[in-house]
Write a new protein. Sequence first.
Length: 279
Amino acid sequence: MADDIMSFIPCQEGEGPQAFYDKFGWQKNENGDYCETVAFSDRRPLAAGLTSHCMLRLKDKYFSKGGKFLLDAGCGPIAHPELLSYGDAFETRVCLDVSSVALQHARAACGGRGVYLHASIADIPLASSSMDAVMCYHVIYQLPLQLQVKALCELWRVLKPGGVGVFVYMWPRPAIPGILGRMARVLGLRNEGRNGASVEVPSSDHDRLQPREWLEAQRLPFDFDYDVYRVVDNNFLRDYVSADRAGRSLVGFLRLMQDFAPRLCGRHGSMPAIVVRKS
Ligand SMILES: C[S@@+](CC[C@H](N)C(=O)[O-])C[C@H]1O[C@@H](n2cnc3c(N)ncnc32)[C@H](O)[C@@H]1O
């Protein structure tokens, strides 16, 4: 591995997120797109616009104060310019991932403003209370259940007093998308292109998603609050957001819901943002 990527774990053969992302997810296809993004994200303009809004909303709310170090835990390749911009107000972005391929891309994106750690969020090779802010988006639910709490504790441990952490998770059976889906069907909203395909997360992740009641029952060394990353998942967007006025109205409604009731959307929507602050 390149000598500015410090490795704390062996390269893994076989299955698991590390091998999945190294061999498939963060490889690029013939169009130069990441295979993971093509496989799992709804990249149509309306859906991508909503996702972009969601990323920037959390950035503006929690990461604009800046500081010395931003830990991007499970950074992936930093494929979206919106996510790259989270580092703008920080001197150094500490990029950490189990995928060495992700870190090579992250380094190409951040260059000299980054530090690159090949390590797991369940065992973070950083001093306690050293990071001004911590982001961890779409990573925790990829860990085996017994390591998810350990990872949350590690993310908390490295956060500086006065710092903020935002951890994006995914609930297995959220209420709001179910209700919205029923309303959309009654109103006749439908995206014809979906054809019933279901490609939200790799199947192994489904077993690892835990409900809100599970999180709230854990003995964690910190209190947390809920915000929302995105109230619905990619399958909902593919099912109901069509590329016409009806689709635009639905996306507008989702944005309004999130902007005006972020806590409710985080508790009962698809993709909560778990927000921690160290005093
Ligand atoms: C769905 S991607 C998310 C990437 C990025 N955070 C984003 O939101 O675009 C999940 C990333 O988490 C990484 N990952 C999975 N398990 C991890 C672990 N235990 N420690 C650190 N990174 C991990 C994967 O290698 C992958 O790059």
